[in-house]
Design a protein around this ligand. Structure first.
Ligand SMILES: [Zn+2]
Ligand SMILES: [Zn+2]
Ligand SMILES: [Zn+2]
Length: 258
């Protein structure tokens, strides 16, 4: 099977609070550079015939409107934190038009997070207009959505198992601060790696900027984009200008092809 050409859109690149953060007056949160405005982290992967969204953020509605999305084939959930599942109810408009449920993929914990997010969707009495979702529990075995093969990668978010996903030569990893050697091997050979890089100071469950840079170098990935960025990282332009060759900060609306 030849791997399809993919278009990738960064729907959001911010940490759980988004940037600007409510009530903050720091230079990043008050910046006039649009690249300093970051919705919660999510990407869209598109082949000619298939559209996949990774994570359903609290900003899902606006992200779909901004990118003018009329149809999605599946949502992959990385983990059950609010900033990655809060948007599942906002998939309802797609269902109004398609008359099909939303197909959601994730590990057991991620799907539990979805059930907790929209418990009324799983009631025995079906209230009219509730979201209709098909939950697909995935292990670390590869699976296929439409014409896009997907390889799950287990990463650690402090003690929480989180899934990264590899699509051909493109790998997306958010909300991690540790990856076991065996899982790192699955990333090797990627041409583009997206990795979370929260801030410069250490954090209990996220890679710092330096740790993310070191991982890109260790795995010898030629191109990398950092995401899930906190206002504490600093101004987009100032930080981006100092990154090593091949590495950039992602920003909302960034589109790449592979
Ligand atoms: Zn997160
Ligand atoms: Zn701030
Ligand atoms: Zn998280």
């Amino acid at each position: 099977m030849t791997f399809p050409h993919l278009k990738i859109t960064f729907l959001g690149t911010g940490t759980s609070t988004g940037v600007p953060m409510v009530a903050c007056t720091c230079e990043v949160c008050t910046s006039t550079d649009s690249n300093d405005n970051r919705l919660r982290s999510s990407i869209m992967i598109q082949s000619a015939s298939t559209t996949i969204i990774v994570d359903a953020t609290p900003d899902f509605r606006y992200q779909m409107l901004r990118e003018n999305i009329k149809h999605i084939d599946a949502i992959l959930i990385t983990h059950s934190h609010k900033d990655h599942v809060a948007g599942v109810d906002d998939t309802r408009p797609f269902q109004f038009f398609s008359h099909l449920p939303t197909e959601i993929y994730g590990n057991n914990m991620s799907l539990e997070g979805v059930r907790n997010e929209i418990p009324y969707a799983f009631d025995t009495t079906k209230y009219p207009g509730i979201p209709k979702v098909n939950l697909h529990e995935v292990s670390l075995d590869p699976f296929v959505i439409g014409d896009i093969p997907v390889i799950p990668i287990l990463v650690w978010h402090y003690k929480m198992p989180v899934y990264g996903f590899r699509f051909g030569k493109f790998t997306y990893i958010t909300d991690a601060n540790r990856i076991d050697a065996k899982e790192k091997e699955k990333i090797v050979g990627s041409e583009i790696l997206v990795l979370n890089a929260l801030r410069k100071e250490p954090h209990i469950s996220h890679f710092t900027l330096q740790q993310a840079i070191e991982l890109v170098k260790e795995l010898k990935i030629p191109r990398a984009y950092f995401t899930h960025i906190s206002h504490q990282l600093g101004l987009h332009k100032a930080v981006n200008d100092l990154l090593p060759g091949g590495i950039q900060l992602a920003y909302d609306g960034l589109k790449i092809e592979i």
